[in-house]
Each structure stands twice: as C-alpha cells, then as structure tokens.
Design a protein. Structure first.
Length: 194
C-alpha cells in the first residue's frame, strides 16, 4: 500500500535560522553554522511560517514531505527529522563526547597539540598514532583526570566520526580482545550546555 503524503514538522527555536535550497539544509545559531546535503533522499524540505492551532502564535517551521511511498520508505522521514533536530541542538548547545583511556600494563600517553591527537606507547609500541581534528572540532584533556579526553563540536556526525577514528586507531588487531583490553573508549556523550 502506498501513502500519498507523509509529513513531519520541526518548530525552529528563536535565535536559530534554517534555510533549505535544493535539499541542502543550513542551520545558523549562536554557536556557528552547520550545513548538510540531503540530495540522496527523495523528500521535500520547506521552511515556512505556520500558525499554531491552539495558541494562535506563528512560528518558523521546517516541514518535510514525502510523496507516494510505502511504510518502510516513509521511515526515512523520521531519520531526516532527527538529523535536522541534531543540527539545531548543535548550533544552540553544542555536543561533547568524553573518551577514557584504559590500560592494563603499558600506560598510554595522550597529547593534544597542533590540532591533532597524538597517541604514544599504545601496548608499548614506539610509533606515534596521529589523528587530525577536522575543522570545528576541539579536543582537550579533562583538568581533573588526564586520562580522559573531551571532544567538543557543533556537528554531531563529524564528532562521532572523529571519536571513532581515535577508537579504531587503538583497537588490538590480531589479538584476543577479551584479554587485551587496552584502548580509548567513549564513556559519555551529550550536550555541551545543559
């Protein structure tokens, strides 16, 4: 069975501007600007003013429409809504991922310099693993716990990719992961300003 129209609405908070042109969405807020392309999704993204039925107030909203789809194809609508919601949260509050260093025998030396994270002495190795930070992502050590790294940014996807690169650089290859537990793992993630 095909649905003629499925629609979702996102209310834009004050202080945030959203523009959409040819399925490229740009969100500007107090923390910065995030732009994402949704050209691969067959959806209509419209930014307009709408009046609330109960309070009779007008709000800026993002309306997402998908035409002639099945139930499973329509599920992309909620994914698209979540992406735009995360962009709005990023430019208003920001995101913080916390990563913790775990070692059993050889301590891992973490250094943040020259816009990159340097991992030294992982499992006693002599090589230095360098993970460059993309633009808009900052990293710092926890002032109270030097074995914890804080990654801050406004783009949730870019932040997750950076943390996964740090995790994968310290993954024990060709070893039993039940015994070799050394590595850098995500311990917490959430909003920067609560």
């Amino acid at each position: 069975m095909k649905y003629i129209l499925k629609t979702e609405k996102i209310v834009i908070p004050s202080g945030v501007t959203v523009t959409s042109k040819a399925r490229v969405v740009t969100v500007k807020g107090p923390k910065g600007t995030v732009t994402k392309s949704f050209k691969h999704i067959k959806a209509e993204i419209i930014v307009q003013k709408e009046q609330d039925e109960h309070t009779k107030e007008t709000h800026n909203v993002v309306r997402i429409n998908i035409y002639m789809n099945t139930y499973k194809q329509g599920a992309i609508l909620y994914t698209l809504r979540s992406h735009i919601n995360n962009m709005i949260k990023g430019v208003t509050s920001g995101f913080r991922y916390k990563m913790h260093e775990v070692h059993k025998h050889f301590p891992i030396d973490l250094q943040v310099k020259d816009n990159a994270v340097n991992i030294i002495k992982y499992l006693g190795q002599r090589d230095i693993k360098v993970i460059p930070l993309p633009e808009g992502i900052t990293c710092q050590k926890n002032p109270k716990n030097p074995s914890e790294l804080w990654f801050d940014g406004i783009d949730c996807d870019q932040l997750g990719c950076t943390c996964s690169k740090v995790f994968q650089s310290c993954y024990p290859k060709d070893k039993d992961i039940r015994k070799f537990l050394d590595g850098i793992f995500i311990s917490e993630r959430g909003l920067l300003d609560n």
